[in-house]
Write a protein that binds this ligand. Sequence first.
Ligand code: RB5
Length: 147
Amino acid sequence: MRIVIGADQGGYELKQYIVERLITQGHRVQDFGTHSTESVDYPDIAAPVARAVAAGEFERGILICGTGIGMSLAANKIDGARAAVCTNRYMARMSRQDNDANILCLGGRVLGLGLALDIVQTFLDGEFLGGRHARRVAKISELEEKE
Ligand code: RB5
């Protein structure tokens, strides 16, 4: 799977761990930074990742900050991005099945490495169910305000 990933300093360590594991699994991973623990502003990472996913350049995106919240708020400003903060596998599964989320947001200061990896795996494996959920996701798209 083509995956783009990004993090701020709060998610840097978890990003490094996830990138390594995804590459080992054979995924094609593009890392949009950050590349150290130096402080950066999470919207500066969330925006290019969300744009790349919304443009179809990647099948999935992963964004990591301290809580996952800031990244999700920023990513969801981009048309076509559906970013979901998930703190457990159930949320990750439902974010795919019901919401067709295309970006997973994680909290590097919230999750342990093992749980975070399980959540990533569940998100990547998850399939959108369509049907009535497609109607609801389409209604989300209709909320996007055009200039
Ligand atoms: C940065 O300190 C922190 O605010 C950020 O990583 C994230 O948690 C924001 O939602």
